[in-house]
Design a protein around this ligand. Structure first.
Ligand SMILES: Nc1ncnc2c1ncn2[C@@H]1O[C@H](COP(=O)(O)OP(=O)(O)OP(=O)(O)O)[C@@H](O)[C@H]1O
Length: 288
């Protein structure tokens, strides 16, 4: 599956949620789609699921626009943050309705996962706790077998055990039946080992797109005296830079180059920290 996003902007009445965003993702792969509150993640995921149209630009899957394209949408399953289920249906009815919609639906997996999450198929969606609605979303997402499966904050209300079950399922499904999974979550460090590629949005703009290897091996925080750090990182892509007195921290994309110098330290950067660095850098740029 290939998603091509070209110059996409999306405005609501008083708010521009996405600003000229372009990128390409190719799967199968597990993608981490990250950003602070209000960054535009859900807006983009709604666009990708064909639920809303962009104000400008295009979102294409395998070369076709997703908006108003019923055939493509049968291969894209969007599990929304709030749980997009009919409240009056029972769990069994909800799963049945989805099985009619998604041509590659895996009934056997759906039944197995009902037991894993201890859901009673006769219960009405309306009666479920937040965690159990999340479980129903997780079951629907995996059983849909859709080429693109999107989980937007899939485990609200689920405890650690439930979240670990989700992570295990994601790994198991990706090895048995590889798909393009897109996962948007605030629990970044918890999920970061799963991601094969990361996209970070900030205030409607794409700040970073890197594979997990690029991020783990090549993104480095260099700390030390300002002149030493500047010298050691000269010519590299700077993700974040901050000086205080004569000390400096620079987070750089080393791209295979070794970073040498006197009186400097080099540290790897967790994904959670990178998100913080990126948004601080954006704020600093906005002030300048
Ligand atoms: N239907 C809407 N009408 C008006 N503004 C909206 C609407 N949906 C989203 N927005 C605004 O667009 C911006 C992006 O929102 P969006 O929900 O896409 O962000 P997000 O990254 O998913 O945030 P969160 O992590 O908090 O869910 C926010 O400022 C939000 O208030």
């Amino acid at each position: 599956m290939m998603i091509k996003v070209s110059n996409v902007s999306k405005s609501y009445k008083h708010k521009q949620a996405l600003k000229n965003v372009s990128f390409t993702i190719e799967g199968p792969k597990i993608i981490g789609f990250l950003g602070h509150n209000g960054a535009g993640k859900t807006t983009f995921l709604n666009l990708l699921a064909g639920l809303i149209a962009p104000s400008n630009g295009s979102v294409c899957v395998n070369g076709e626009h997703v908006f108003n394209a019923p055939a493509i949408l049968r291969d894209i399953c969007f599990v929304a943050e709030s749980g997009n289920f009919q409240e009056e249906m029972t769990i069994a009815q909800s799963l049945k309705a989805n099985s009619f919609f998604y041509p590659k639906w895996d009934e056997h997996l759906a039944l197995e996962l009902l037991q894993v999450f201890a859901l009673n198929p006769k219960d009405k969606v309306r009666s479920l706790s937040k965690g159990l609605v999340s479980a129903l979303g997780i079951i629907t997402g995996f059983a849909s077998n859709a080429g693109i499966t999107i989980f937007d904050e899939p485990y609200i209300g689920l405890d650690v055990a439930g979240r670990n079950t989700f992570y295990d399922l994601l790994i198991e499904q990706q090895s048995e039946n590889p798909r393009l999974f897109i996962l948007s979550t605030h629990l970044i460090d918890e999920a970061s080992e799963l991601f094969e590629e990361i996209l970070i949005l900030h205030e409607g703009q794409l700040l970073l797109q890197k594979t997990a290897d690029e991020w783990r091996q090549h993104i480095v925080a260099v700390k030390g005296g300002a002149l030493d750090v500047e010298q050691a990182t000269a010519g590299l892509e700077v993700i974040y830079q901050h000086s205080f007195m004569h000390e400096m921290t620079a987070v750089v994309y080393a791209n295979g180059r070794s970073i040498e110098g006197n009186n400097i330290t080099r540290e790897s950067v967790s994904l959670q920290d990178m998100l913080v660095y990126l948004s601080k850098q954006q704020k600093a740029r906005a002030i300048v």
